[in-house]
Write a protein that binds this ligand. Sequence first.
Ligand code: ADP
Ligand code: GLC
Length: 492
Amino acid sequence: MSESLRVWFLASEVAPFAKTGGLADVAGALPSALKKLGVDVRVGLPFYRMVRDGGFATRMIRERLKVPLGEKTLVGDVLETATEGGVPVYLFDLEDIFDQPELYGTPEGDYADNLERFAYFCRAALLFAKEAGLHFDVVHCHDWQTGLIPAYLKTLYREDPALSHVASVFTVHNVGYQGLFPADKLAACGLPATEFGPEGIEYWGKISLLKAGIVYADAITTVSPMYSREIQTPEFGLGMDGTLKRRSADLYGILNGADYSIWNPATDRHIRANYSLGDMKGKAECKSDLIHEVGLDQRLAGRPVLGIISRLAAQKGHDLLARIAEHVVRLDAGLVILGAGEEKYQTLLSELGQKYPENMAVMIRFDEPLAHRIMAGADMLLVPSRYEPCGLTQIYALRYGTVPIVRATGGLDDTIEQFDPKSGEGTGFKFADHEAGAFLEEIKEAVKVYDDKTSWKKLVKNGMRADFSWEESAGKYVLLYEKVAKRALPIC
Ligand code: ADP
Ligand code: GLC
């Protein structure tokens, strides 16, 4: 057997250490799946205040690592911990910049020093790997926060004996977050001025760290096959379509998986009663527990309860939700919304909740245990996204017997199959146009099926049987790592 592939897996959020969305779930689960396939994988992330206060057992392994950035040299520490699956995790500490209440900013806006924060993380991760002799074959990095890594490898470290052979894979989880900064911050990136051009990190006169990742990486992936095609079009590329198209030969769509050790109603520690395909009694208990917890009218125990768990951002389609809320109330259904993010959506949704207190409960916060209880207690989960690279909540919902109603875009389209009451096949409901009427039609269709207990049971079971475990997708990443590390066996 060949020697293990060595992969340095770098992300700005990793569950359970720090999370704002699905990237953390992926970065928390994929490394364990890779480890099971024999990859020697290590994870790196910033040592945010949230991680420091999270009660994880850590140990200091490198004090005062010197990291040059432009004219400055920043000096920070590296701590070590591990995931439950035994994957080593390195935490990059620099008190002044990571000791903040949130990861990237507040509802009012992003932190002003985000470029410096993540440039530090990228450079420190490479320097530490070099100094500690970790001999990685591949760096797998994610989203704009790590976009400088492929750029550093192709410029600053191109001739470096310890790093020149390291290949890079850059995963785009969301093309809407482009890491844009003013051009005068170039020096703080630590890159030569020659890289600030259309073939480099320049994007309409600004620096784009997302573009850096796309341009310099050896391979680019995104998180569903459908989204990999969509982002090469002007409608979904959000300005990056040209750059992505130029790299189309090296761009792959690999679907995210679900970590069923965390998202499984049979073992979930956050929910009132466990249940499974063979014994569904617990789901009704979870529903009445949720209705009680969020303060909905008790009569809704006999009516459909619709849940939403999402970041509050334009991408997620909360505008559509606001337009259909009144109609959902008229159907005498319940609507439970959990979300945190942009101020304008916090206000929009809170006002709706106050308008319909019997049928609607709106919780504006990040609350992991409550997310599990909504997943288990709701009958349906709404994901009306404008665009969705993959989406994880609809995948988790399937396992919880909670029927997804989704907009047919990106990973939502790849993972949910339209239910056909005649054949009894399918796992959920999908609408094509980002339009309130189309969304409401599918909700009404779902409520109709809900009222026909035999069809509903069949639909719920189809979803619970679907398998989105990580193994298959992790295998695809391994093939890609081998390809970029030029370790693929010749085909005879
Ligand atoms: P995105 O990454 O775009 O936010 P995903 O569907 O891929 O969307 O992943 C969202 C993840 O974040 C899921 O694990 C979901 O449960 C979680 N999540 C989103 N908002 C909240 C919230 N307010 N409280 C708790 N968990 C949340
Ligand atoms: C992004 C996307 C989401 C995806 C997640 C994990 O945040 O918005 O669709 O599931 O990353 O890849």
